[in-house]
Design a protein. Structure first.
Length: 552
């Protein structure tokens, strides 16, 4: 067709729309970490990676975040509804993630995943986070809630068959009438979220294991979950202190259970996921765990959600740098592709090192969960390194994604693409399940209570780091731990040093050669930097980018 004289220009020198890739096949590091698995498992990972990288999945992610959830408190006649409407794209994402078992697979008895259940789930979660993270909130909470439910057998017997079902059911029917259910949590109140012992929501015993719950929660995400684990104060007889209660949203007779949603939060990111303010008007709940020991009941649940925060952040980081690499391999400036220009290559390689570290750390933590029951050193690693890894990986995401946006210029800043959404999404994982200072305080508590926990972990890190400098690096951490013991204000120094050392050790253990050496040299070797791109010309930075982001 001949060009019209009215045509103003021809579009050229734009990178192709990002997508149409396989998040499993295109990620050599993830495949190396997962290692050997049965053929059926590998095929499942490849299929999931294909879905996560498909153009249609990116479109679902865009729609779910553009058309945000809306709350309907009342019907046309003034009757309470307390329903949240989601775009069909959100339900499509939920349906896929639940069919993949990300809400329950670590609790299944599938022999094919034996010994790697947490690691394999983390791999799927990581690949999914690269495209859309908001819908993963109820997935995460349901997976973690099972840890609390299994401690109360009579409740678990009733709820577990539908919690472990993979047939997504978004209806507002009673749980007993649904094909599958999701479970949320409510801990934070207006007066605070970190110090849950200050909660004012109260529970009144009714007999037969039932309690009436009166109070509120300031943040309760995924309000269309079928039930919620909620902390409330107990004050009957010897039953004092916080208890943990399972509160269904809909009662067995189909009537609402006194959960009145006040409004949905207008959040910076995580917009496909609804986060509500809720009041409990005499809601009925069952006690989970022991009376007055609600905090102990939710400890393992919190640990599992922190792993997901780190894994999600790593997935966002991977997706952002992958898109930056994709763009710079196609875009020319001054007649040469950006990816071939030294300044850009060093920025990409520098970012790729942190993505590799975040990925390796998140997966290493998941693997420690798999091995903790049989291996004391792995149990020590999971206890100490959960807050360490959550701290560093989640905090690394926002600045890295900001740098990746710069690689695309204005194309990275607009909402038509993916990076603006990833950037808005990044901060929430550093806030959820304990912000940075809370993670540092948890690190100090584990060290103070754990006896040999720190030494067990440091012995593992020293062995994996190897070389003449390993002992010196570990000694620096011991010194930092001693300082933090006397000066809690320095706990961030210890936490970050632990994270960087653990990342270097894991990259070494994985046999990543030049990638591991360069990470250790630049992150642990004392070379100061405040932005990406500070690598010197001794290193083949183009090779590093190609190793971690092979061309398709």
């Amino acid at each position: 067709m001949r060009e019209s004289i009215l045509d103003t220009h021809t579009v050229f020198n734009q990178s192709p729309i990002y997508g149409g890739h396989n998040n499993w096949v295109s990620d050599p590091l993830l495949r190396r970490i997962v290692g050997e698995v049965p053929a059926e498992v590998r095929k499942g990972l490849e299929a999931h990676g294909m879905w996560a990288g498909h153009y249609e999945t990116y479109e679902l992610a865009r729609l779910a975040n553009r058309h945000t959830p809306s709350l309907r408190t009342h019907d046309a006649k003034g009757n309470r509804l307390d329903l949240v409407d989601f775009h069909p794209a959100y339900h499509a994402m939920m349906r896929k993630s639940m069919s993949a078992g990300m809400h329950c697979s670590i609790w299944d008895d599938d022999e094919a995943e034996q010994g790697k259940r947490n690691l394999l789930r983390a791999a799927r979660y990581y690949m999914t986070s690269a495209v859309e993270t908001g819908h993963l909130c109820p997935i995460t909470m349901t997976n973690a809630a099972i840890a609390a439910l299994v401690g109360t057998p009579q409740v678990a017997e009733e709820w577990m068959p539908r919690v472990r079902s993979r047939k997504y059911d978004p209806s507002s029917n009673p749980p007993i009438k649904k094909s599958a259910i999701t479970i949320g949590m409510g801990m934070t109140e207006k007066q605070g979220g970190t110090d849950v012992r200050a909660n004012t929501t109260r529970a009144e015993a009714l007999g037969d294991g039932l309690y009436r719950i009166v109070g509120h929660k300031w943040f309760m995400s995924a309000p269309m979950c079928d039930a919620f684990l909620v902390l409330a104060q107990m004050s009957e007889g010897n039953q004092t202190g916080l208890g943990c209660f399972l509160i269904p949203r809909i009662l067995p007779d189909g009537k609402p259970n006194g959960l009145r949603f006040q409004r949905l939060k207008d959040k910076l990111g995580n917009r496909s996921n609804a986060s509500s303010e809720v009041e409990f008007h005499g809601a009925l709940g069952q006690l989970i765990g022991e009376p007055g020991r609600g905090v102990s009941t939710i400890i393992e649940m919190v640990t599992l959600t922190r792993l997901d925060c780190a894994t999600s952040s790593a997935g966002l980081m991977r997706a952002s740098v992958a898109e930056a690499v994709h763009h710079t391999r196609h875009r020319k400036v001054f007649g040469e592709k950006l990816a071939h220009q030294p300044l850009m290559t060093r920025v990409l390689a520098d970012m790729a090192l942190d993505v590799a570290a975040a990925t390796a750390l998140s997966m290493r933590l998941a693997a420690s969960f798999d091995r903790a029951r049989e291996d004391g050193a792995e149990a020590a690693y999971s206890r100490l390194m959960t807050p360490v890894i959550k701290y560093w990986v989640c905090k690394s995401a926002a600045p890295l994604i900001g740098e990746a946006m710069e690689c695309l210029g204005g194309n990275g800043y607009v909402e038509d693409g993916n990076l603006a959404r990833h950037f808005r999404e990044a901060p929430v994982n550093a806030i959820w399940e304990g912000s940075g200072n809370v993670m540092c305080l948890d690190v100090m508590r584990v060290i103070a209570r754990g006896g040999e926990t720190l030494n067990q972990v440091l012995d593992m890190l020293e062995a994996d780091l190897g070389g003449r400098s390993a002992a010196k690096t570990v000694e620096v951490i011991r010194t930092a731990a001693g300082m933090a013991g006397g000066d809690i204000g320095s706990a961030r120094i210890l936490t970050e040093q632990l994270a960087l050392t653990a990342a270097g050790a894991e990259l070494k253990r994985l046999g990543l050669g030049e990638i591991a050496d360069l990470f250790v040299e630049t992150r642990l070797g004392g070379l100061w930097r405040s932005t990406y791109g500070m690598l010197d010309n001794r290193h083949d930075t183009a090779k590093i980018v190609d190793m971690l982001y092979p061309e398709r």
